[in-house]
Ligand binder design. Structure first.
Ligand SMILES: Nc1ncnc2c1ncn2[C@@H]1O[C@H](COP(=O)(O)OP(=O)(O)OP(=O)(O)O)[C@@H](O)[C@H]1O
Ligand SMILES: [Mg+2]
Length: 250
């Protein structure tokens, strides 16, 4: 299993708030990493740095051993890093099909007089929705604004699948989701590993994390306090003690 991502000695301050304090994190190929920590621990900040959404104050990021500079989210996406938030970067007025291809639309016609290949976009959208577990027949022309939270999530996941991102980051993707939708997201994360993708999965529900990840990393107050917890040999109670800092008490 080769190393896909290495974040090395990353610090990030927002004015006087030090959100990240010398954080290092690696993600290997085909590995699902669960990132846990209490509110304000720095989880979202860490993945925002990795997804190019916020600049780091100091530290380095390597992708497959090569140092990269991420100036924005498009830089990260072009490097194969796709991030999915609960209300991800979907455009609510546009259709499912348009959102899937946003900025990467397939074209048809001659070079000079080309236009978006809507038939292809619709066909791909139909197929992808099925693959991410949406069994209800939702037409690809449906605007995102009229979908449920879980269905939107599925569209964002479908996009990451179609463009074959190496690393898919999910920041609390199961928040506000129903039981069936949550199971769909968890199934997707498991499937991502089987198809050779890597994931960083952030969730407050430790049970969900235990169900799908290979390794657990815990952050507390801007630092990584554990980076090699094996969910198969640890208990939820043990991990909770690491999250709250109770493990350091006597
Ligand atoms: N844009 C910002 N400006 C100022 N401070 C910020 C900003 N974003 C985050 N912070 C601060 O950085 C720290 C880490 O926040 P972060 O959102 O990374 O935590 P988190 O682990 O994702 O928490 P949660 O589980 O609640 O989502 C917090 O103290 C937070 O208040
Ligand atoms: Mg967060």
């Amino acid at each position: 299993m080769g190393e896909l991502i290495r974040m090395s000695h990353i610090s990030k301050s927002y004015g006087r708030v030090q959100a990240l304090d010398d954080v290092s994190l690696t993600v290997n190929e085909s590995e699902i990493v669960g990132l846990l920590g209490d509110n304000g621990a720095g989880k979202s900040t860490l993945i925002k740095v990795l997804s190019g959404a916020v600049p780091l104050t100091s530290g380095d990021i390597f992708i497959r051993g090569t140092k990269v500079t991420l100036r924005g989210t498009t830089d990260a996406i072009s490097q194969g890093i796709e991030t999915i938030y609960q209300d991800s970067a979907l455009v609510t007025q546009l259709s499912i099909a348009r959102n899937l291809f946003l900025g990467r639309e397939p074209l048809t016609g001659s070079k000079l007089f080309n236009r978006m290949d809507r038939a292809k976009m619709d066909a791909v959208a139909r197929d992808l929705l099925k693959r991410v577990g949406i069994t209800k027949n939702i037409p690809p022309g449906t605007p995102i604004g009229s979908l449920s939270g879980g269905e939107r999530q599925a569209v964002a996941i479908a996009r990451a699948m179609y463009f074959d991102s190496d690393l898919i980051i999910l920041d609390e993707p199961t928040n506000n989701l129903g039981v069936a939708e949550t199971q769909g997201v968890l199934r997707f994360v498991r499937g991502a590993r089987d198809s050779g993708h890597s994931c960083i999965f952030i969730a407050h529900n430790i049970h969900h994390v235990f169900q799908v990840v290979d390794r657990i990393v815990v952050m507390r107050r801007g630092k990584v306090v554990a980076d090699d917890i094996d969910p198969r040999t640890s208990t939820i109670e043990q991990v909770e003690r690491v999250i709250t800092g109770m493990d350091e008490m006597h």
